[in-house]
Design a protein around this ligand. Structure first.
Ligand code: FES
Length: 89
């Protein structure tokens, strides 16, 4: 498989489903939807964008979170997912 696949992010607090297309990042989609996230380095290095999730098979591509943090946090600037990601308030 080459390139990225699209995936969905569900915002539990507003019951909205966002689609992250293959050619965009989850960070771009979340910011566009009004979710207040610090865009930081946008390269998976600073952790400023780190966002908690409660469900989802995340493909972590950052270089700043440790294994324990990755269980419940992802960096939407670079990471993607095999399934829908659910964000709770
Ligand atoms: S913005 Fe720096 S890790 Fe995402």
């Amino acid at each position: 498989m080459t390139g990225n696949a699209a995936f969905e992010i569900y915002l539990a607090w507003s019951e909205r489903t966002l689609v992250v297309a293959a050619n965009e990042t989850a960070l771009e989609v979340l910011i566009k939807a009004g979710v207040p996230i610090d865009p930081g380095c946008q390269a998976g290095a600073c952790g400023f964008c780190a966002t908690d999730y409660v469900e989802g098979d995340v493909v972590h591509k950052d270089g700043c979170l440790n294994i324990a943090e990755r269980e419940h946090t992802f960096c939407p600037c670079v990471s993607r997912a095999r399934t829908r990601i659910v964000l709770a308030a």
